[in-house]
Design a protein around this ligand. Structure first.
Ligand SMILES: [Zn+2]
Length: 74
């Protein structure tokens, strides 16, 4: 069972199609799209909103997949 790994958001940038991407402290990135009604993140559309979410912890799926900082077996 994968263990969720939380990483702090250290910045934001847009990808090539204009979707917002969070830069995480581990060096990975994660999309933070505002795509209602499936995903509602109106805060990502404004500079002020993004500033508020700096330092916010997101679950990094890539770290979880790579098994970073999960408990050692045996
Ligand atoms: Zn990561």
């Amino acid at each position: 069972m994968p263990v969720p790994v939380k990483r702090k958001t250290i910045g934001f940038h847009k990808d090539e199609v204009g979707d917002w991407v969070a830069d995480l402290s581990c060096g990975h990135t994660q999309h933070v799209r505002h795509n209602p009604p499936l995903v509602s993140r109106p805060w990502v559309l404004t500079e002020e909103g993004r500033q508020r979410f700096l330092g916010y912890e997101l679950v990094c799926k890539k770290c979880a997949e790579e098994g970073v900082e999960t408990e050692e077996q045996g």
